[in-house]
Design a protein around this ligand. Structure first.
Ligand code: ADP
Ligand code: MG
Length: 278
């Protein structure tokens, strides 16, 4: 694995986020394509920097076919930039797919949605068991963080980092980025837990079907009461009752009734769909 910036040739800028820019790069020696994410840590305080380092360490230890693979990190102290080299996901992220399907009024195929449920679930299962003893990292499941490779496989990415990066934003910006996927227990002041991830997964699957989140409102206060009510419209009629029921299960307001990731992955409706595809 290369550890020098000079070993990579920048092919194009993929996009920029709140803290830096993502580049599509090519390793000059093995000719492999990667993503290089540049994060400027110059404005972070010591605590944030420590958190960033420890989270990158955790991420680099995660290896799973449905998790964006981290390859290496390069630090440039002069420019206070951390470069993270990771797997390139050719298919882009689910947020862009939702935007284009909405624009073209073209629904997402149900079989693909079951596949996203299963593969994102597998990634979550790996995180939950790997990170048993790690408290710093919390997942941020949302369409922009779920990627697709060239074969259409799901790759969960960008988790953990998102949380640190958000801390730097001003209060105003934090309010603008409405937390559509926040679970009732977190809104109620409870702790973020594994079941909160299941809630977010339910929101993600719902959004793929309806092309908009299950709970939307014009203010944070209204959004909170909408989420706590647990009431949402059925997904469009052409999607099966099985899918609707699975989403409703994951969106149980009481997290005691919400399934664990194991229950989702072993659910007959999921097992049948997934085995049909392979
Ligand atoms: P943001 O703060 O918007 O999440 P990112 O730096 O995470 O910004 O991502 C910027 C852009 O790069 C986004 O369009 C995202 O989809 C894309 N991107 C990030 N990681 C990858 C990856 N591993 N493969 C392909 N595209 C990626
Ligand atoms: Mg991102």
């Amino acid at each position: 694995v290369s550890n020098k910036l000079e070993d990579f040739e920048v092919l194009e800028v993929i996009g920029s986020g709140s803290f830096g820019t993502c580049y599509k790069v090519c390793n000059k020696y093995d000719k492999m394509i990667y993503v290089c994410k540049a994060i400027d840590y110059g404005k972070m305080d010591e605590n944030q920097k420590e958190l960033l380092v420890s989270e990158v360490n955790v991420l680099s230890g995660l290896k799973h076919p449905n998790i964006v693979q981290y390859h290496s990190r390069i630090i440039n102290k002069k420019t206070t930039t951390l470069y993270i080299i990771m797997e390139y996901c050719e298919g882009g992220d689910l947020a862009s797919i939702i935007v284009s399907c909405k624009k073209n009024k073209k629904p997402i195929e149900e079989g693909f949605i079951w596949q996203v449920l299963y593969q994102t679930g597998r990634a979550l299962q790996a995180c939950h068991s790997h990170l048993k003893h790690v408290v710093v990292l919390h997942r941020d499941i949302k369409p922009a963080n779920v990627f697709l490779d060239s074969a259409g496989n799901v790759k969960l990415g960008d988790f953990g980092l998102a949380r640190i990066l958000q801390k730097e934003e001003s209060c105003a910006e934090t309010v603008v980025g409405t937390p559509f996927y926040m679970s009732p227990e977190v809104l109620g002041g409870g702790k973020y837990n594994r079941k909160s991830d299941i809630w977010a997964l339910g929101c993600l699957i719902y959004e793929l079907c309806a092309l908009s989140p299950p709970f939307v409102a014009s203010s944070f206060k209204l959004l909170t009461s909408s989420i706590k009510s647990g009431r949402f419209d059925r997904i469009p009629a052409h999607y099966s009752d099985d899918l609707h029921k699975m989403i409703s299960f994951m969106l149980s307001v009481d997290h005691e009734y919400r399934p664990t990731i194991e229950m989702v992955l072993h659910h007959p409706a999921v097992v049948v769909r997934v085995s049909q595809r392979s």
